[in-house]
Write a protein that binds this ligand. Structure first.
Ligand SMILES: [Zn+2]
Length: 446
């Protein structure tokens, strides 16, 4: 029987007292158990690993989103098919009702920092363990009761929580900024968590006093937090901004009381590798390869993310030997600006709206870029899977067009002219990773 108190004690003692030897020993044991489990329970992994020496972890082949998606039906250990999960996700996108379990699992569509469309899949116990990890390890400010407003594109039913010490309220980022501000003013939380693109806009609302809340701490997640945005948000809110680093595949890192981002070495194994898949020394950036110890229903083993991170060569003052991420060099999409219908003002439209309007339109899209050249002009570059018929292209354009009409109209903005281009989009990881780009600057966003 799972005992949360034991988990609490372990979570804290592991973080505080383990040295590098303890961490390595624990990880080796967990990796061994995980590979055995995957090889036995997942049809995909047993084929994928055939011919490999399972005791030689660093020789095992890499996973990635494409492989994960292509083989989802054989990869998960509970017998769900890829088609039924995608169907469920698309239905949710349409109804925007994210409150239901699917056959007892949390199934959602990820658009996050790691790339094109993916399935996020978590069992109830896995979600519970991740929540406990955050509750017990996160350095919440010392106050009578935490009231956290979580600006989250949630797919977890029952995510909201109202306990003795912590209350969590979910605020959808798919609302307009005005609605988010209004909700926050009503909720009056003492902690706010949201993606930096939202935090940046909220900082502006705080500055012009339409947003009246004064949080003790702000938590950034979901997109890369640049130093500039961190400084602006900290200045306008007059409080500290810390970062958490989570992908659909794993809860990678949490901040400590000193604000440093520590890898959750006891729930995830992170390799930082160069282009030739050789380990990179701390202080230099490398690709993130993740192996997750919590997700047993969809085993995540040597899964390559599109993010790059740099490990801090310096130890943290808090004393924990869990590695510190000095910098996450991931994707940072731009906010799109709409031209309001009633006057010449501009309206913020969060990049997540745009990402979802594209990825939910078709399965044939492999990669995409959106470039906004003016408030009334959008260029959408699409890289499709091979051999797509003209008719499908027309359908994709029509669906994206309709999705964008809905978004801009909802934001009281003129629908822009949309140009579609079909090109090959090669990811350049040495540059800033962005899919949604606005190539004009407005004074208030500087
Ligand atoms: Zn620390």
């Amino acid at each position: 029987m799972f005992n949360p108190l034991r988990f609490l004690w372990k979570v804290n003692s592991r973080f505080k007292s383990w040295d590098e030897k303890d961490i390595k020993k624990y990880q080796r044991k967990q990796i061994k158990k995980l590979i055995k489990h995957a090889n036995k329970k997942s049809k995909f992994y047993s084929t994928f690993y055939s011919g490999y020496d399972l005791t030689n972890f660093s020789n095992l082949p890499f996973m990635n989103k494409q492989l994960f998606m292509d083989n989802f039906s054989q990869l998960n250990t509970v017998g769900l098919t890829r088609e039924e999960c995608i169907y469920h996700c698309l239905e949710k996108e349409q109804s925007r009702d994210f409150s239901e379990y699917y056959k007892g699992y949390l199934v959602g569509m990820s658009t996050g920092t790691s790339g094109n469309r993916g399935i996020e899949f978590v069992s109830k116990i896995e979600a519970f363990l991740m929540q406990l990890l955050v509750f017990f390890r996160f350095p919440f400010p010392k106050t009578k009761k935490i009231h956290l407003a979580f600006i989250l594109r949630v797919f977890s039913p029952g995510f909201g929580h109202n306990g003795v010490k912590i209350r969590i309220t979910y605020v959808s980022p798919l609302d307009t900024i005005e609605t988010i501000v209004e909700k926050l003013n009503t909720l009056n939380p003492n902690l706010i968590s949201g993606p930096p693109s939202v935090l940046q806009v909220l900082a502006r609302a705080k500055k012009d006093r339409s947003l009246k809340v004064s949080p003790l701490l702000i938590i950034s997640y979901g997109e890369v937090l640049s130093l500039n945005v961190k400084k602006t948000v900290e200045k306008d809110f007059n409080c500290t901004v810390v970062e958490v680093y989570k992908s659909s595949e794993s809860f990678i890192a949490l901040p400590c009381k000193d604000g440093k981002l520590h890898i959750n070495e006891d729930t995830t194994f992170i390799e930082v590798l160069d282009k030739n898949n050789e380990p990179v020394e701390p202080g230099k950036p490398g690709f993130v390869v993740v192996t997750d110890f919590i997700k047993r229903k969809t085993p995540i083993i040597r899964y390559k993310l599109n993010d790059l991170i740099t490990i801090d060569p310096e130890p943290c003052f808090c004393g924990s030997k869990f590695r510190v991420i000095k910098q996450v060099h991931g994707r940072a999409d731009d906010i799109i600006l709409g031209k309001k219908i009633r006057n010449d003002d501009l309206q913020f439209i969060l990049p997540d709206f745009i990402r979802r309007s594209i990825i939910s339109s078709s399965e044939h899209i492999e990669e995409y870029n959106v470039i906004q050249t003016s408030p009334t002009n959008l260029t959408i570059k699409l890289q499709l899977v091979t051999n797509v018929k003209e008719q499908i292209k027309e359908e994709i354009e029509k669906t994206i067009q309709q999705n964008l009409v809905n978004i801009f109209t909802k934001h009281d903005s003129e629908v822009p002219n949309i140009e579609f281009l079909y090109v090959s989009l090669k990811q350049d990881f040495d540059k800033k990773l962005r899919r949604i780009r606005r190539n004009f600057e407005e004074d208030f966003l500087k």
